[in-house]
Design a protein around this ligand. Structure first.
Ligand SMILES: NC(=O)c1ccc[n+]([C@@H]2O[C@H](COP(=O)([O-])OP(=O)(O)OC[C@H]3O[C@@H](n4cnc5c(N)ncnc54)[C@H](OP(=O)(O)O)[C@@H]3O)[C@@H](O)[C@H]2O)c1
Length: 320
């Protein structure tokens, strides 16, 4: 089988494409012929082994998988002893942000992990565009008790996380202001934003407002800058730790003080996220946003593009 291959942490240049033997299934596992996977910011962190904390989950001194990749969509080709949830021929998708070596034609995965049958009506490529960003958006938003009629600002509404967050907030009946480049206003409005701000010509922190949630999905702002935009008990969440890792400290301290607060949730339960997204997709309440597609042979280019910080939604690796 063809697979992405690296034996050390580093930039995209450490990756090559090789022929390796097909993996064999152990009891409880399924063998998957991968048709598509995303290349995302989590994959980039795991490729580089940065931040260092990733290495506790992905391999301390060297990566535990030679292939990169944290999600997949494809076909079950064989099942190991004792597998009850899947059969050969099932169309499946799955995710594990601790890495699973899915940038390869074949992989194995335990049936108890985050693996489900494909949402009805989605292609393999569309399914993997509903994993990483959606999982983080769900985990960030579900830590805030939001009610229909409340308001939120999403900075970076065109990223994988931001585009998912807009849709999830809209689903909860929250009025969303999205910050992105003007050329993408149409996209974020189609996802559910009712107001848009162009970050290239305008500074959203200077617009007087009273949001119940400010969610910086690209981690470009600070709590200090956004505090004036928050309602009395409003919440600030960023996808990044912030300067000096301040968001961790602020998340510990601000809830004790009452009033405006910071949350920094640890994303958990990928299976729960896939289950929710599958349900929303089938109800036409969530749709994947896909930017570029790259064949496996161009995996270095795919990572370089993802690391440019300019992708719109999700980047797909095709493995047909
Ligand atoms: N905490 C976690 O567990 C976790 C997990 C995964 C990712 N992350 C972080 O989350 C962030 C977002 O990742 P992602 O995959 O969703 O998106 P991404 O690939 O970083 O895409 C960023 C998007 O935001 C736009 N953008 C860039 N600068 C902007 C700015 N100053 N204001 C508003 N929009 C801006 C870009 O659009 P234009 O090209 O049009 O500017 C692009 O569409 C990254 O910083 C990543 O490291 C955190």
């Amino acid at each position: 089988m063809r697979t992405a291959y690296r034996t050390e942490y580093g930039p995209p240049e450490v990756l090559s494409v090789r022929e390796l033997p097909k993996p064999t299934v152990a009891p409880g596992e399924v063998l998957i012929r991968v048709r598509a996977a995303s290349v995302n910011r989590t994959d980039s962190g795991i490729l580089r082994g940065k931040p260092w904390v990733f290495r506790f989950f992905c391999g301390l001194w060297r990566p535990k998988f030679v292939a990169t990749g944290s999600d997949f969509a494809g076909d079950v080709e064989a099942v190991g002893a004792g597998v009850t949830r899947f059969s050969p021929g099932d169309r499946v998708w799955g995710f594990d942000d601790n890495s699973l070596g899915s940038h390869a034609e074949y992989m194995t995965f335990h049936e108890d992990n985050a693996i489900l049958t494909l949402p009805e009506g989605l292609t393999y490529e569309e399914a993997v565009a509903c994993t990483e960003g959606a999982h983080y958006a769900i985990n960030f938003i579900n830590k805030v008790s939001l009610r229909a009629g409340q308001t939120a600002l999403v900075n970076g509404g065109t990223g994988a996380i931001g585009s998912a967050a807009i849709q999830l907030l809209k689903h909860h009946g929250v009025a969303v202001t999205a910050v992105c480049a003007a050329e993408h206003f149409g996209l974020v409005e189609s996802l559910g934003a009712s107001r848009v701000i162009d970050y290239q010509t305008d500074d959203f922190t200077r617009h007087p407002a009273s949001y119940d949630l400010v969610f910086d999905a690209v981690g470009k702002s600070t709590f200090g800058q956004c505090k004036p935009l928050l309602a009395e008990r409003g919440v600030y969440i960023s996808s990044e730790l912030g300067p000096g890792g301040q968001n961790l400290l602020l998340a510990a301290v601000t809830p004790l003080l009452g009033g405006k607060r910071v949350r920094f949730p640890i994303p958990l339960d990928p299976k729960g996220s896939l289950t929710l997204i599958k349900c929303l997709v089938e109800q036409k309440e969530f749709r994947p946003v896909i930017d570029r597609r790259f064949p496996l042979e161009q995996i270095q280019e795919a990572f370089r593009y993802v690391e440019s910080g300019q992708k719109i939604g999700n980047v797909i690796l095709t493995l047909d």
